[in-house]
Design a protein around this ligand. Structure first.
Ligand code: NAP
Length: 281
């Protein structure tokens, strides 16, 4: 089945992590392209409402709803589905964006280690939401999943090991499911941003690459345009920007163990205080 053009005005979008950074910019870009029903999901209700308020200002015809929920909790995806269905909405565009990153040495402070939180949010919730919303898209022969990956997916990244591993997982899974659906009319696209100016690390910086930040830091709005283009193109993996593409080509020539050593040196080990940020409850 050929892919139909995305009919934004007839599509309902669900954007996880839609309250800030790249997710918020993607939600705004979807509205700019004509989406009239959109739900943004994140934990902080105030940030969500603020983002939704600005999105409503940007269009006369959009209905923006918010769901304040911790997607790392195992029953949250079911609750998200229940809420959306209670409004009589069906999801045509699912954007898997929500994420966290903290610099930590794996297992050095078990109580505050965010490895399992990372898996629950950036692997489990992505799969659970996709399990819920992909089959109805396939039934309708229309819709798309946009997975927000990262150039970290190509490398072992010491001190954010689970973050990079979750993105490697996402890239592999996304491409396989895209192929499985090539004749269903449903898109499964993957956008691969480099470092982007957001609050991902909790202090106003995107992914930290140390010296490699010299490769360039993108703005969320530019990443969002590339992301929605990637969805339209059903891109298997679309790396944002020539700078990031070149870096990945160069790094791709190196063995993984060498990359891990170089990245470790470029980023440096975490401070003691870095091991006490987010806690898995
Ligand atoms: N910034 C970069 O350099 C960069 C580069 C490549 C890829 N990315 C990817 O881009 C995505 C978005 O990150 P960002 O850079 O835009 O960071 P951000 O501004 O911190 O956005 C993260 C979003 O995820 C939400 N979130 C975090 N934990 C959550 C949870 N447990 N349940 C529900 N929502 C949760 C946050 O809201 P709450 O905190 O209120 O929950 C926020 O809306 C991530 O997947 C990240 O890996 C970022």
């Amino acid at each position: 089945m050929d892919l139909k053009d995305i009919s934004y005005a007839q599509s309902t979008a669900l954007v996880t992590g839609g309250s800030s950074g790249i997710g918020r910019a993607i939600a705004t870009e979807l509205i700019a392209r004509g989406v009239r029903q959109i739900v943004i999901v994140a934990q902080d209700a105030e940030k969500l409402e603020h983002a939704a308020f600005e999105m409503r200002q940007s269009s006369d015809s959009v209905d923006v709803r918010t769901l304040s929920i911790d997607l790392s909790k195992h029953d949250s995806p079911a609750e998200v589905q229940r809420q959306i269905e209670s409004w009589g909405w069906q999801v045509d565009i699912l954007v898997n964006d929500a994420g966290i990153a903290r610099k930590q040495k794996f297992a050095m402070n078990k109580e505050n280690d965010i490895s399992l939180l990372t898996v629950d949010l950036m692997v489990r919730a992505v799969i659970d939401l996709s399990l819920r919303f992909l089959p109805p898209m396939v039934e309708r022969g229309y819709g798309g999943i946009l997975n927000v990956c990262s150039t970290a997916c190509y490398n072992p990244v010491p001190f954010t090991a689970m973050y990079a591993a979750s993105k490697a997982f996402m890239l592999s899974w996304s491409q396989a499911v895209r192929e499985e659906n090539h004749d269903t009319g449903v898109r499964v696209a993957c956008i691969v941003p480099g470092v982007t100016q957001t609050n991902l690390d909790g202090d106003g910086h995107g992914e930290r690459r140390g010296l490699l930040d010299a490769v360039g830091i993108d703005q969320p709005e530019d990443v969002a345009k590339a992301a929605v283009d990637a969805l339209e193109d059903n891109a298997a993996q679309s790396i944002v920007g020539a700078n990031n593409k070149l870096l990945q080509m160069a790094q791709g020539l190196l063995p993984d163990a060498v990359k891990a050593r170089l990245i470790s040196k470029a980023r440096g080990a975490p401070e003691e205080s870095d091991n006490v940020s987010a806690k898995h409850s």
